[in-house]
Ligand binder design. Sequence first.
Ligand SMILES: [Zn+2]
Length: 151
Amino acid sequence: MERGIANILHRDTIAVIVGSQTFERGEKVFAQKRVASVEATRGELRGRVIAAERDRKPYVVRLWMREEGLAYECTCPVGLTRQFCKHTVAIALAHLENERQEAERGLAVLREAMFTVKPEALIERLLVLARRAPEWADELKRVCLDALSTQ
Ligand SMILES: [Zn+2]
């Protein structure tokens, strides 16, 4: 999967870019499950959002990266004025949620797989990580101290 756009898309970043009012409206659209689809390809998100009005077609939304930052388009009245609309926020939030769930599923598989590894092999690998990153070393020390204090 293309990670480009996911790397810069964070809730906080979006909130700052669009302002709190548009962000809250987008959160509401997302919470109402009006995002019919969202897909990430080559640094761009494309999605469809069900309109609140029954007689309107779904809005077609696109969000992509440019050198100057995020670019976006939406077929809603606000989007047509080239402003960041709530639908754009909603598909970004839907994408972030998809990524989060995918990561969780990946970790669940990893958890199962780790039970098949010998503890000694895991320890050696964890030490490699601890050598590379001090925060891993600190965390492992904390785990050991916790284990010692409960013995
Ligand atoms: Zn829109």
